[in-house]
Design a protein around this ligand. Structure first.
Ligand SMILES: [Zn+2]
Length: 181
């Protein structure tokens, strides 16, 4: 682990059978719900959990002492980087890749679509967070990858559920996967 992502980057963490996606927003302010005091987070991520099974940890777990995330919180949340990746390896999702790259890279790690400027991306992520208007979580039609791509491009996309299951696909994408940091 060397550098941190850049604010506005779409990142995803490898959770084994699926990936969890989010938008890295850099420094952010969080409020302690018990005292009402605000605190600065150095490395914050806005992501779409939707349901408890999508976030490691149980709803009964104590809130994170850094970002006050309660782990089982549904909807769009802002958490520290650690609550996002939970110790799993995480990667940068790539935009504007060629069709050849897209077709030879593991599903759900890149797209041929272009993304918008980081400040636009961050604004969209915060708007979803404040308005909680991303809708209900659905593994195939409204998941965390849709959320992150919607922030990046203004349009939800997903490659994660479409293909890549099964042994053949798994071998190909294990080999093609590259560690970005
Ligand atoms: Zn946290």
């Amino acid at each position: 682990m060397g550098d941190y992502p850049k604010p506005g980057d779409h990142i995803f963490a490898d959770r084994g059978t699926y990936d969890h996606h989010g938008i890295y927003v850099g420094e952010a302010e969080v409020t302690d719900p018990s005292s009402g005091k605000t605190r600065k987070l150095k490395h914050a991520v806005i992501h779409f959990g939707g349901n408890n099974s999508n976030i490691k940890g149980k709803a009964s777990d104590a809130p994170c002492r850094k970002c006050f995330n309660k782990h089982g919180d549904p909807g769009v949340t802002l958490t520290c980087l650690k609550c996002f990746h939970k110790g799993d390896t995480f990667y940068k999702y790539r935009y504007d890749v060629s069709f050849i790259t897209f077709n030879t890279t593991r599903n759900g790690s890149c797209t041929t679509a272009s993304c918008d400027e980081p400040d636009v991306v961050i604004k969209r992520a915060y708007a979803f967070l404040h308005n909680q208007n991303f809708g209900d979580y659905d593994f195939f039609f409204n998941n965390c990858e849709h959320f992150a791509t919607a922030c990046k491009t203004g349009k939800a996309r997903c490659n994660q559920g479409a293909a890549g299951f099964g042994v053949a696909g798994a071998i190909v994408y294990k080999a093609a996967r590259r560690l970005l940091w």
